[in-house]
Ligand binder design. Sequence first.
Ligand code: ADP
Ligand code: CIR
Length: 372
Amino acid sequence: MGASYTSNIADADVNGTFMGSHLKSPSDITGFPYFPTGTGSLLQKCLTKDIWEQCKDRRDKFGFTFKQCIFSGAKWTNSGVGVYAGSHDSYYAFAPFLDKIIESYHGHKPSDKHISSMDYNQLNCPSFPPDEDKMINSTRIRVARNLAAYPLGTAVTRQQRKEIEKLVTSALGEFEGDLKGKYFSLETMTEAEKKQLIADHFLFKGGDKYLESAGLERDWPEARGIFHNDAKTFLVWVNEEDQLRIISMQKGSDILQVFKRLADAANKIESKAKFANDEHFGYVSTCPTNMGTGLRASVHINLPKLMKAKDLHQSIADKYHVQIRGIHGEHTETDDGVFDISNLRRLGRNEVQLVQDMYDGVKAMIRAEKSL
Ligand code: ADP
Ligand code: CIR
C-alpha cells in the first residue's frame, strides 16, 4: 500500500540543516511523516510504514493519540529520540512501535524483566585519587518518577497537575533531618531567583521546544516547582518532563555519598506515593529513554584534551555505555572543556549497575585524558 506523506518541510537553517517544520498540532500529521535525508532520530529509525499503518489511529486509555506520541519528533526532525508517552498504558497501546524504540535504545526485549536494586553496598567505586578528583567539579544522580494514579504530564489535565503538585509537596513537607526542605513554586519565584537556580544547575529551564511539542509545557509555569533542602544536595523537580525528578547532588566526586542519599530519598518518597511501575518496564517515564530506573548519574568533568579528540571520546563512550552532554543540560554546548558524562542505559539493568557504568566510563575517560 502506498502511504501518503505529510509535508512537514520547513525552511532549512543557514547550514542547510532541517530543524523544524510547519506542523502545528498532532492532527496535522495526515500521513506517514516526512523525514528529510540526514534525520537520525530513533523515531525515524523505528517508524516503518507497517508500524505506522498499525498504530496511526490508536489511542491509549486516556485518549492520548499515537500522533501525539510521535509529534515532537515529526516536527523537530533533529530530535535524538522524538517520542513521548501519554501514560503507562501508552507503552502497551502503541506496543508495535514503542517496543521497538525501547529495544533499540536499551536493548530490552518485550519478554525481558526489569529488576531494581539500590543496594549501594554492591557499588565498586573507590574514591578518585586527588589528581582525578580535581578534574571532577560535581556529581549528580536523578531518578524520574510518575504517579500510578494519573496519566503522564503529556496527558494530565490542568486540575490533575495541581493535584499532583499538592500530593507531592505535602509528602515532601514531612521530611526531617538532612532531607528536610522547602518547596519553591515556579509561579511565585522571582525572575532573579529562577535564573540563579538555573545557573547553579539546580532547576530546569523551561522553554524546551521538544517538551513543548509533547504537551509538557501546557499552562506553564502553573503547578511546577522545586523542593530542596538547605544545602541543595537533595532536590525534587515537580511537574516538568516527569511528575517527579528526585535528585541528589553535590560538589566533588563522591559518587557513593550521592547515590546513598538518592536511594534513601527515593525510598522515603515511595513509602508515601505509589509510582507507575511494572515487572517488564520498571518505573514508567514520559520519554522512553528513562524507562526502568529513570536514573541518570553524571559528573561534570574537565577533559580538555580528550574532548578535542572526537573519535576517541566517542569510542570510549560507546564502549562504556555513557553519554556526553554539555553542562547546561541536554542539547547544550559546553564551555571550558567541562562535560557532563552519564550512563546511557536505564532499563534492564539495576540502579547499581548503571551508576557503575558511569563510574567505569569516567575512569576510562580520565585514563585517556592522562595519556594524551
Ligand atoms: P536531566 O535529564 O538529568 O535532568 P539535564 O541534562 O537537562 O538532565 O540537566 C539538568 C540540570 O542538571 C542542568 O542544569 C545540568 O547542568 C545539571 N546537572 C547535570 N549533571 C550535573 C552534575 N554532575 N553536576 C552539576 N549539575 C549537573
Ligand atoms: C530528543 O528527542 O532529542 C528529545 N526529545 C530528548 C530525548 C532524550 N530524552 C530525555 O533525555 N529524556
